[in-house]
Design a protein. Sequence first.
Length: 219
Amino acid sequence: MSIKAIIFDAYGTLFDVHTVIEKCEQFFPEKGRQISEIWRQKQLEYTWLRSLMERYEDFWTVTYEALTFALKELELESNEEIRTTLLNEYLRLNPYPEVPKALEELKDRDLAILSNGSPDMLNSMVENANLTDVFKDVISVDELKIYKPFMGVYQLGVAKLGVNKEETLFITSNPWDASGAKTFGFQVCWINRFNKHFDELGVQPDMVIRNLEELVDKI
């Protein structure tokens, strides 16, 4: 591959969204995993639905709404203080264990994040993980007010970095995001951390890895 830049998705790719389970367990014992899974699924669904309905709200709002739904779905009583405390966990999600070292080894290329996250969420998360100096840019869909996999979002990534899409490797753990990026024309690497099947959307990633450490060995 001829790769001049690498663009990463953030949630589930570099950062573990299920970091929130520990805090959820403090308020709702033995319910943390369920809360986190419903929360994440609704978070994604709401981005797609809001894009289709042209009713954009930033990812902080979407994430709060998805959490509210998850707690109601599980019939768990909460108040504003509990919900805000849980929501704030999204500002300090943990990177996956191999991520910091792998990013350091990939720094000979331009690295960036392109995410549905709002700017404050992304910047806080990157800063808390001590990864600020790694990335040339942290790009949010908030500039366009529409979520991935809208094609214009991927175009925003190459415009910000000043590279051709054919020379850009897009990395994500989300099959829907990988399909969007491939449709746009990126070279695409899918991180299949949990031995899942890829979505049937008529495209396939160029590369499949289990973690970022494997990527360092391949490129």
